[in-house]
Design a protein. Structure first.
Length: 279
């Protein structure tokens, strides 16, 4: 199902606008990357670009990963996810990950590229197309999230890749996003917006009582059918120190119509356009 703006509710259009804004930021910053730019500088570029366009709150502050850090090589603790002084070099892969909140709506996106091109990184991105199709198909089939996670991992293995979203906290491939109450001041803790964290914690409490979780993981607490809402989904492939992913919003509803029961919020995104151009 192609989710054109005219087909979406006013509520979903708000989320689509902020997701497009986030991808516009990622493309603008990626175009400015050059040898010697560090992860910290790239993260600041994203933050400044969005601040100039009215963003004052975040699900999480911008991340940037360069080189083998795109595959989370050697990551053991959460602090290793934060931007470092790793400098970009020609041919080096990169990932920009940003999650702005704008007018109460949240987006969480991942943008993968390479400085000057990288055949392996491009191959990983091409192979992610099959994961986007698999996830949508199995969510529409109302398969348990834990089973879908396993099927995604099996597909990665068949493709010859390692599952790098296993390195995320709780090994998540996705998490719920929602509206955030706007405040005059929007503090953040350890890089995460406090209002967004409150919303995620509230979902976790309600979900625990009702038998579902706002985190989509390989663990028992995700052994339930897809729960209606908005999910930021991010399959992440790794191969020999090169990583690539996309991240975008999947809409899940309680409709019995398969096409309306789940759909990607937007098909006009950089990775989707890239796949279409390569065919």
């Amino acid at each position: 199902m192609t989710s054109a703006v005219s087909e979406l509710s006013a509520e979903l259009r708000g989320f689509q606008r902020v997701q497009r804004l986030a991808y516009e930021c990622a493309e603008a910053v990626a175009a400015r990357l050059e040898p010697g730019v560090t992860e910290r500088e790239a993260a600041r570029m994203q933050r400044r670009w969005l601040y100039e366009r009215g963003v004052r709150d975040w699900f999480h502050l911008p991340f940037a990963w360069f080189g083998d850090r795109t595959a989370f090589t050697g990551f053991r603790i959460p602090l290793q996810f934060f931007p470092t002084d790793r400098a970009l070099e020609p041919g080096m892969p990169f990932i920009l990950d940003l999650a702005p909140v704008y007018e109460g709506c949240t987006a969480d996106i991942g943008y993968s590229g390479a400085l000057g091109g990288n055949p392996l990184q491009r191959r990983l991105m091409a192979d992610l197309e099959a994961h986007r199709a698999l996830i949508l198909r199995e969510v529409r089939e109302r398969r348990p999230l834990r089973e879908i996670y396993t099927d995604v991992e099996r597909l990665m293995t068949r493709q010859g890749y390692a599952n790098r979203h296993r390195a995320y906290p709780f090994g998540v491939i996705a998490h719920k996003v929602d509206r955030v109450r706007q405040r005059r001041f929007a503090p953040h803790v350890f890089g995460f917006g406090t209002q967004s964290l409150k919303g995620l914690l509230s979902d976790a409490v309600h979900g625990h009582r009702e038998g579902w979780s706002p985190l989509w993981s390989p663990y028992r607490f995700s052994d339930h059918p897809p729960h209606p809402g908005l999910w930021a989904v991010e399959p992440h492939l790794g191969f020999r120190g090169t990583g690539a992913k996309f991240e975008e919003i999947l809409v899940v509803t309680d409709s019995r119509d398969p096409d309306e029961s789940a759909f990607w919020l937007d098909d006009d995104l950089p990775h989707v356009r890239r796949w279409a151009e390569d065919k």
